[in-house]
Design a binder for this molecule. Structure first.
Ligand code: UD1
Ligand code: CA
Length: 454
């Protein structure tokens, strides 16, 4: 059956103490509200209405979704008032799933369970039992049947003992919702239009009300301050780490692994501690990632080893390569298979051919390095003259001696050799040797200076 979603995200989030609207704070590298949108999209929602209040410009520039219906709630008069802002867009014959924008860990499976409950009744509520339900709306049951939700501030002492609480997520038909919304009043402890008042209205009409529960309470936990944000971040990270381990990834310490995006995996991957994976990353079979690496939007093919403290960003690493320790592959770096990049080597917009090596202390920018070329320690491609970037071409099997500067645009031919310490400013032909450095002069029996006495 068709269903639409209303996401309530107009609250200011004062306790975040931030210039960023609360729902734009990120969990797992994704803004909270985006996470919720992604979840309901995969659930197959027909339309999504986002009720927003603060930071509209920031929200709209960050959340770029084609089919999102933006509903402004200029003044925050309560959750019922918030849903009223979307009412005109809701069809009578569709189901409406209401979610809160600041509970980012809700899972598709749990919303599926809420949907399934709705097929058995008229109003389905997602509820959870909390050891400490302080501040939450309590689920009031009569003979086990849900009859109302009472907000903490309006509850009697007896009702405050109830541990089953309203998560704020519920589902009902569009026609019921719109009829009930019209009858809300703000005659309560907070002077707000409570969405939760629709429960008693439904019960009074004799509607069937059922509840569903999440697998774990963190799924419905909201974020009001940065402490809660950090707690949910840890919970999400642990959930993701557990999933990866169940899919066959070895994480040497699942509590010291962060995934802020999507990770595609092959078999037998080993990831050491303090690795951060961001954006879209794919790792092939038998890939090993050393401690303290950052992998951002990159692919790393089978049997490659990335040693500790390396950073790989917008780059492609082929099969059977070694990277690092302490290597930095910047955007546009490509390592072909069997290539090697060692410590303190930086690459940018550079293709390293099959089996090519740059083992130590090197900068390769805007360069093409042929297969099996050897780039000596301390080689620098001088690709920038202060205004323009220029290319360096290095042929197959070339050998660049240590501490050479290759002043681009320049090319080194196939099988050519550059003597150590050279500053190369013009083309080196295939198989040629280029030496471009001051000639050594020895002075025999040279007396060292001695300390002056005054
Ligand atoms: C609400 C529920 C409570 C439930 C709790 C779960 C009501 C009256 N109470 O309480 O039963 O236990 O959530 O967290 O519904 N919002 C708007 N516009 C508004 C007010 C709120 O968009 O005018 C949004 C907020 O941004 C937030 C959500 O609605 O995403 C919940 O609002 P919040 O103020 O946190 O509600 P609570 O008082 O905590
Ligand atoms: Ca809340």
């Amino acid at each position: 059956m068709a269903f639409s979603v209303v996401v309530l995200a107009a609250g200011k989030g004062t306790r975040m103490k931030s210039s960023l609207p609360k729902v734009l704070h990120k969990v797992g590298g994704v803004p909270m509200v985006q996470r919720i949108i992604n979840t309901v999209k995969s659930l197959g929602a027909d339309s999504i209405h986002l009720v927003y209040g603060h930071g509209g410009e920031q929200l709209k520039s960050t959340i770029q979704e084609d089919n999102l219906n933006w509903c402004l709630q200029a003044e925050q008069l309560g959750t019922g008032h918030a849903v009223q802002q979307a009412a005109e867009h809701i069809k009578d014959d569709e189901d409406v799933l209401i979610l809160v924008g600041d509970a980012p860990l809700i899972r598709e499976e749990t919303l599926g369970a809420l949907q399934a409950a709705k097929t058995q009744c008229d109003l389905a509520l997602l509820t959870v039992e909390l050891e400490d339900p302080t501040g939450m709306g309590r689920i009031v049951r009569e003979n086990d049947n849900i009859s109302a939700i009472v907000e903490h501030k309006d509850a009697t002492n007896e009702q405050r003992l109830i541990k089953e609480i309203n998560t704020g997520m519920m589902m009902m038909s569009g026609s019921d919702l719109k009829r009930w919304l019209k009858n809300l009043s703000n005659d309560n402890a907070q002077g707000e239009y409570y969405l939760t008042d629709v429960i008693a209205m439904a019960a009074a009409e004799g509607k069937r009300i059922q509840s569903a529960q999440p697998q774990s309470a963190v799924e419905v936990e909201g974020v009001n301050n940065r402490l809660q944000l950090a707690n949910l971040e840890r919970a999400l990270q642990r959930r993701q780490a557990d999933e990866l381990m169940m899919q066959g990834v070895t994480l040497l310490d699942p509590n010291r692994f962060d995934l802020r995006g999507n990770l595609n995996i092959g078999n037998d991957i080993i990831i050491d501690v303090n690795v951060i994976v961001e954006g879209q990353v794919a790792l092939g079979n038998n890939v090993t990632i050393g401690a303290n690496c950052i992998l951002r939007n990159c692919t790393i093919a089978d049997n490659t080893v990335v040693e500790a403290n390396s950073i790989i960003e917008d780059a492609k690493v082929g099969e059977n390569c070694t990277v690092g320790p302490y290597a930095r592959l910047r955007p546009g770096s490509v390592m072909s298979k069997n290539a090697k990049v060692g410590n303190f080597v930086e690459m940018k917009k550079t293709v390293l051919g099959e089996g090519a090596k740059a083992n130590h202390l090197t900068y390769l920018g805007d360069a093409e390095v042929g297969a099996n070329a050897n780039i000596g320690a301390g080689t620098i491609t001088c690709n920038y003259d202060g205004v323009n970037k220029s290319k360096t071409l290095i042929g197959e099997n070339a050998f660049v001696g240590s501490n050479s500067s290759l002043v681009a645009p320049v090319s080194i031919g196939e099988g050519a050799t550059v003597g150590a310490g050279s500053v190369i400013t013009s083309k080196v032909e295939d198989k040629a040797l280029a030496i471009a450095r001051g000639k050594q002069r020895n002075i025999a029996n040279w007396p060292r200076p001695t300390k002056k006495t005054t």
